[in-house]
Design a protein around this ligand. Sequence first.
Ligand SMILES: Nc1ncnc2c1ncn2[C@@H]1O[C@H](COP(=O)(O)OP(=O)(O)OP(=O)(O)O)[C@@H](O)[C@H]1O
Ligand SMILES: [Mg+2]
Length: 310
Amino acid sequence: MERMSERGEPVLEIAGLSKTYGGRGGGVRAVQDVTLTVGAGEVYGFLGANGAGKSTTIRMLLGLIAPSAGAIKLFGQDLRHGQPPRKVGSLVDGGAFYPFLSGRRNLDVLARTQGLDGSRLDALLAQVGLERDGVRKVKGYSTGMRQRLGVAAALLNDPDLVILDEPANGLDAAGIQEMRALIRSLAEEQGKTVFLSSHLLNEVQQTCDRLAIIDHGVLIREDTVAGILHEHDVLRIVATPIEAAHAALAPNWTCEIVGAALNVRAAKADAPEIARRLLAAGVELFSLAPHERSLEEAFLAITQTETADA
Ligand SMILES: Nc1ncnc2c1ncn2[C@@H]1O[C@H](COP(=O)(O)OP(=O)(O)OP(=O)(O)O)[C@@H](O)[C@H]1O
Ligand SMILES: [Mg+2]
């Protein structure tokens, strides 16, 4: 429970959230019993493949569709009891804009309908990198430009909680980097809480403090990025003959030969003992070092284990 004290008050609490589309029993179980909590000031990633249930969850958080079961609290208040007590901004489906109006004019219209004054528009456009293109008609925008405008729209009301469905969609490499910096600054400089979904592992790994992995509607892991990367300590060994190294360690550790190396599931503290056994077995040892998994390896390992267990 150490983590609880490190992060702030819960801003978003989801408990047992489920959504089934279509007919009773025979419908699509898009989200199943998802429970998670996001603390104030966190950037929280909701990671999953296409069709995993990310957008469905986000639509429920925003009150756009009704859950089949479960509860959602925003700033401590149940969503069923009306408007959240603090402001929420969101981006879903890249935002909906009038194609024949400029990006700036679209924001202006949105601000007016929300009863906001338009004094922040230029600052917002600059913040999302549309200072030059804000005057152009949205119909001429690229996907990435539309996406940036969508993020500007999400920030229009200066929200405390920002919910973004796939903010990196359609952005090029430079755009993704800018988006990442923008999202980090929302949390670090403006104290906002950000909940974002993504199917891009790399994106979540570099942007978020914590993440949940959703697979076929089921939340299968929730942890810090570091926690997921270091879930299983792996030592990578280069030795010859590699088969002899495998034979020497396999009785005590889970081992796998990967190319010319041997991956051993063991903590760093086991390294001296492992080295002794290898030498005792007459193996020539060239290197023995901790191996850090990429989030991609971790993600595949986690989703495959869960699928195999199911
Ligand atoms: N309106 C709907 N009616 C019926 N089924 C739906 C509807 N919306 C989504 N689904 C189904 O629910 C599941 C989850 O979809 P969802 O859009 O939430 O996934 P996602 O994680 O956002 O995927 P993507 O990365 O492709 O955006 C999918 O099987 C999808 O086909
Ligand atoms: Mg989606």
